[in-house]
Design a protein around this ligand. Structure first.
Ligand SMILES: [Zn+2]
Length: 265
């Protein structure tokens, strides 16, 4: 079981950790700042700094899986293979001198992660601008795409202007949680047909953009923009998104419109 520090603090870039396992799936730590691929968001890259100061590059991060292919609570850090001959993860660790029980400093590639955070929060802004169900999502460092289940056309310039206005309005983005029962009572909160919120632990993590409903409409308080279950990492304020634009709108199928996001300039 890996304690996931990014869940409560997306801005944390390093942590000390102990290696609890080295498996064909990756290096498992007791706690980490590395986000594993999930909910459309790419896994983090970075380094593990060993006790002697040497750095083991991490090329990707994934959730652990058991023999049946079900996700476990382990987070697997996949070391980068350097030579022409791809080495096994066990061999890469042996070569680097890393063993179970060792203490390391885990450090993510923050510039890369921050781009993922800016894009991820923008996809939630799109959910506000396009109130349709989502049936696909991919967030990478260079672009993000969100597929909406809809037949009407979308306007690229109009959506870009909509995003810019929400970025300029500097809405706060806050992490919260609701119980499984609350979520079951409010099925409309789930805006994705492709990614189901992880239930079973009793509560589901939520991301809110703008202020709570109770404050909405009061003079001087901005309304709530978006609220949905999400396990990803987000910027703390929409102003931090900066210049993100819609680069393309594609008709993926008769009932799917794809919105592609990119950084301006
Ligand atoms: Zn999300």
């Amino acid at each position: 079981m890996t304690h996931d520090l990014f869940r409560t603090d997306a801005y944390r870039t390093t942590c000390n950790a102990t290696v609890t396992a080295i498996t064909p799936q990756g290096i498992v730590l007791d706690q980490t700042v590395f986000y594993p691929l999930g909910g459309g968001q790419a896994g983090d890259t970075g380094v593990l700094v060993l006790a002697d100061g040497s750095e083991l590059p991490i090329a990707d991060t994934r959730k652990g899986k058991d023999a049946d292919g079900q996700f476990t609570n382990d987070i697997c850090h996949i070391p980068a293979s350097k030579g022409p001959e791809p080495l096994s993860i066990e061999d890469l660790c042996a070569q680097a001198g890393l063993a179970v029980g060792d203490t390391v400093t885990a450090r993510i590639d923050w510039a890369r992660r921050h781009r993922l955070m800016r894009f991820h929060t923008t996809t939630h802004l799109l959910c506000h601008l396009v109130p349709q169900l989502v049936n696909g999502c991919s967030i990478t460092t260079d672009y993000a795409r969100l597929d909406f289940n809809m037949t009407d056309a979308l306007d690229k310039e109009q959506l870009t202007a909509g995003i810019a206005a929400l970025v300029a309005a500097a809405h706060p983005v806050t992490v919260g949680s609701i119980t499984d029962a609350e979520l079951d009572a409010n099925p409309a909160l789930v805006k994705s047909m492709s990614v189901q919120p992880p239930r079973g632990s009793g509560s589901v993590r939520t991301i809110r953009i703008g202020t709570a409903t109770a404050d909405a409409g009061r003079v001087g308080t901005p309304a709530m923009i978006d609220y949905q279950p999400c396990g990803g990492t987000h910027v703390a304020n929409t102003s931090e998104i900066g210049a993100v634009v819609v680069t393309k709108i594609e008709k993926k199928s008769a009932t799917t419109r794809r919105v592609v996001l990119g950084f301006a300039g």
